[in-house]
Ligand binder design. Structure first.
Ligand SMILES: *[C@@H]1O[C@H](CO)[C@@H](O)[C@H](O)[C@H]1NC(C)=O
Ligand SMILES: *[C@@H]1O[C@H](CO)[C@@H](O)[C@H](O)[C@H]1NC(C)=O
Ligand SMILES: *[C@@H]1O[C@H](CO)[C@@H](O)[C@H](O)[C@H]1NC(C)=O
Ligand SMILES: *[C@@H]1O[C@H](CO)[C@@H](O)[C@H](O)[C@H]1NC(C)=O
Ligand SMILES: *[C@@H]1O[C@H](CO)[C@@H](O)[C@H](O)[C@H]1NC(C)=O
Ligand SMILES: [Ca+2]
Ligand SMILES: [Ca+2]
Length: 257
């Protein structure tokens, strides 16, 4: 039977102040020479090894790059962009924002993270949500906890400048936590004529790895991620360059476990 994986061992010695009481921490990396979509690859890695790979630094990136053939193809890594996990500016905890909330309603075909640039949320047409580029300037809606009121500021600012303003003069950009709050917000916006109004919802781009660990290292290829046609939410490595790209999760690529 032909070998399906090439195996490479990288031993990282954890030196704890000179004491060697801890066993060496070893990580094993595998290039799998079969093409699967991202979820199939994830299952394969979990079944045969541990998980899809998490890349913590350029040494690991280089190691993986060196293990794979230099061909004009890509290999999945564990990175993915979760377009439904959002946070409120006021709370900073991840909340799942699906499409079924009665008061948090996405506009048609949203969130679509156009060109991989939309990580902040505005109310569109005063009632529905749309992810928009955080640097765009829109009017915004603050919440004041002292007198529980919503303040529409009709000056256009970027999302983070709007957040600063709200935190300085009120409490924060508004959350929408209930039907009652939503109806008051709709009332506040009524007649304003604003097409987009920032609210306090945002997310971190490309924040998750398959094994639930976190890594701040990135190695995107030039002009990546670009979310072509708003369907690229899984991370892969170009086998010719070692640079990363966002790809369609249903595409079949080689992968690293
Ligand atoms: C609540 O307080 C803010 C800040 O002082 C003020 O701008 C706003 O008009 C107040 N709203 C109400 C309804 O009292
Ligand atoms: C919002 O509207 C509801 C009624 O729909 C009301 O009970 C509530 O006090 C209002 N104010 C806030 C801050 O939600
Ligand atoms: C919005 O305001 C107009 C008057 O300016 C009013 O006729 C209408 O009922 C209001 N809509 C809502 C949803 O409150
Ligand atoms: C990652 O976390 C999620 C939610 O916290 C959990 O459902 C999932 O099983 C975890 N996956 C792994 C591989 O630990
Ligand atoms: C990957 O393939 C499996 C089985 O063919 C399919 O059920 C799954 O939906 C695919 N995943 C994606 C992200 O397309
Ligand atoms: Ca959008
Ligand atoms: Ca891409």
């Amino acid at each position: 039977m032909p070998r399906m994986e090439e195996t490479c061992l990288l031993l990282i010695l954890l030196l704890s102040g000179g004491l060697s009481t801890l066993p060496p921490h070893s990580r094993e990396y595998h290039f799998v020479n079969q093409k699967m979509n991202w979820t199939e690859a994830q299952s394969y890695c979990r079944e045969h090894f541990t998980d899809l790979v998490t890349i913590y630094n350029s040494n690991i990136n280089q190691l993986l790059f060196s293990m794979a053939p230099k061909i004009g193809d890509s290999a999945w890594i564990g990175l993915y962009d979760d377009v439904f996990t959002w946070k409120w500016s006021m709370e900073h905890t991840n909340i799942y924002v699906g499409s079924t909330h009665e008061f948090l309603i996405w506009a048609n075909a949203q969130p679509d993270c156009v060109k991989a640039k939309e990580y902040c949320v505005a109310l569109q047409g005063q009632t529905q949500m749309n992810d928009r580029p955080c640097g765009d300037s829109y009017p915004f809606l603050c919440y004041n906890a002292k007198n529980t009121s919503y303040i529409l500021v009709m000056e256009s600012r970027s999302w983070s400048a709007a957040q600063s303003y709200c935190r300085t003069y009120h409490t924060d950009l508004t959350s929408i936590r209930s039907k009652e709050e939503k109806s008051n917000i709709t009332l506040t916006l009524n007649g304003s004529g604003a097409q987009y109004v920032w609210i306090g919802l945002y997310r971190d781009p490309w924040a998750f790895w398959s094994d639930n660990t976190t890594s701040t290292f990135t190695n995107w290829g030039s002009s990546e991620p670009n979310n072509v046609n708003s369907v690229e939410y899984c991370g892969a490595m170009y086998l010719r360059s070692g640079g990363w790209t966002d790809g369609i999760c249903g595409s079949r690529f080689y992968f690293f476990c």
